[in-house]
Structure formats: C-alpha cells, structure tokens
Design a binder for this molecule. Structure first.
Ligand code: 9WO
Length: 250
C-alpha cells in the first residue's frame, strides 16, 4: 500500500506514521507514506501557497497552482488511487471505510490549511472528502494521521497476530470488552473470576457478553443498527438482567 500526502507539514505526517504498529508496517515494507509539500512547487520570490479570497473577509485560502504542481509531482512519482480531501464537510471515517481503503493499492490525502482550498482545485481534482469528526481543526494533517493509522494497522502482517485485528470489537460493530493485566502490585484483586478460571470457552463467552453489554450501555446507536444472532441476543439479555438486579430493580 502506498499513501501520498499533500501537506504544508510533511514532517508532521512522517512523525505520526513512524511510531507503533504503523511504523512497523513502514519498516516491513507493507506500506509507504510519502509527503509532498505544495511550498516546494510555489513560484515567485515569496513562494506563496495562499492568497486572499474573492469576496473578501478574514483569512487566506490555498492557491490552486502549487497544489496542482504538487499533485502532478506525486503522480509522476507513482502516487496511485483517489485524491481524498480531509474535511469536516465529508462523510465520517468509519471502520468499514478504513477496511475498504486498506484493500486498495493506495490513495492520496490532501490536507488543507488556512480557511481551506480554492474550490476549483477541489472540483477538478478531489475524488472524495473524508471527515474524522464534527469539529474544526487548524488543518487536515491530524485527520490524515488518523486515516493512515486506522488503515495501516489493518494491512496483512502488521498486527502481531491476525486474531487481534479480527477480535477487535469494532470489526464486528461492537465496543471492546474490559482488559486486566497480570499486574504485580494489584494481583488478582478486582479481576472477574472467569478470567482466572483457565476455561477458554467461558472466557470467550464472557468477553463477547461484555462487548455486547458495554455497547448496549454506552453506544445503543451502534446496537440499534445491528442484527444480533440468537447466541448474542441471549448473552445480551443475560447481561441486561444482571444490570437490572445490580441496581436493585425487581
Ligand atoms: C472552518 C469553519 C468555520 C466555520 C464553519 C465551518 C468551518 N469549516 C472550517 C474548515 O474546514 N477550516 C479548515 C481547516 C480548512 C481546511 C482544513 N482545516 C480543517 C480540516 N479543519 N478541520 C479539518 C478536519 C478534517 C477532517 N475531519 C475533521 C476536521
């Protein structure tokens, strides 16, 4: 997988992609992340990448010319796939979207700065927009880092064991179950008995029930859009019954 990023801060992207499992994906050659700076393609004495907007108002907008030259440079170097603009105006990044991006040969991310990008560059070049949430940042770089991280960890051979990606609750639309370490100081205090039982079937059942129960408690919106199987429905009913008795309801 190859990810190219058009950004005024390529060093930020390089740093963000260098750590953790995604850093390992880079080391192992499963992924390449390349930053491209429109500043390097700006002309004139001042190497301007921004300009005052038509219609007036405060703030500056990114000029199309340096972005066009920058994109052309990336494409000439082999940048592949759709151009994706990180913006709060796009549809929200989901785990499903991360999975579908991870299945491609690559994509190009465009990070805006200032008040945004000249709409004519977007109309002519951007294939899709992607938001990481309903808030305004000072630029698209943190969004790009989020996309690279969410996609990079899904690539084959990146996570230590394939099971940990599959067991990730979000992969099946649920929140994660609680985890407990073999802490020297805390010992087994406060650890559910089932996790100490060595009974792997019971442990798997408990974890599934916790994932279902926490999703029911904390993100009922996620559960509402899912179709649970018979076993899951049973586990959740049992969890809910346990909750009701825990607060002293009949
Ligand atoms: C500013 C603004 C002000 C009022 C109402 C809406 C607004 N949107 C923006 C805006 O998008 N400003 C930008 C800053 C211009 C381009 C890059 N910037 C950006 C990207 N901020 N936040 C993002 C972003 C990207 C992906 N997901 C969430 C936020």
């Amino acid at each position: 997988m190859r990810i190219d990023v058009l950004t005024l801060f390529p060093e930020f992207i390089a740093q963000a992609a260098a750590v953790g499992v995604v850093g390992r994906a880079l080391e192992r050659g499963r992924m390449a992340v390349k930053g491209w700076n429109p500043r390097d393609h700006a002309t004139g004495n001042y190497r301007r990448v921004d300009e005052r907007p038509f219609g007036g108002g405060p703030g500056m907008v990114m000029l199309p010319e340096p972005l066009e030259a920058c994109l052309a440079g990336a494409r000439a170097d082999g940048a592949t796939g759709p151009l994706i603009y990180l913006s709060p105006q796009g549809p929200r990044l989901t785990q499903a979207k991360a999975r579908s991006l991870a299945a491609t040969a690559g994509f190009v991310l465009l990070c805006g700065r200032y008040e945004g990008v000249d709409e004519r560059f977007i109309a002519a070049n951007v294939d899709e927009e992607l938001s990481i949430g309903d808030y305004v940042l000072s630029g698209g770089e943190l969004g790009a880092a989020v996309v690279i991280d969410a996609v990079g960890r899904l690539l084959d051979g990146v996570l230590n064991d394939a099971a940990s990606a599959i067991e990730d609750s979000f992969e099946d639309g649920l929140l994660d179950c609680p985890h407990f370490t073999r802490s020297e100081r805390l010992g087994t205090a406060g650890v559910p008995d089932v996790l100490l039982s060595g009974d792997h079937a019971r442990i798997a059942r408990w974890r599934r029930q916790q994932a279902l129960g926490r999703t029911w408690l904390r993100r009922p919106d996620l559960l509402a859009r899912m179709v649970l199987g018979r076993k899951d429905r049973q586990l959740l009913e049992e969890f809910i019954a346990g909750q009701a008795s825990a607060v002293g309801n009949p």
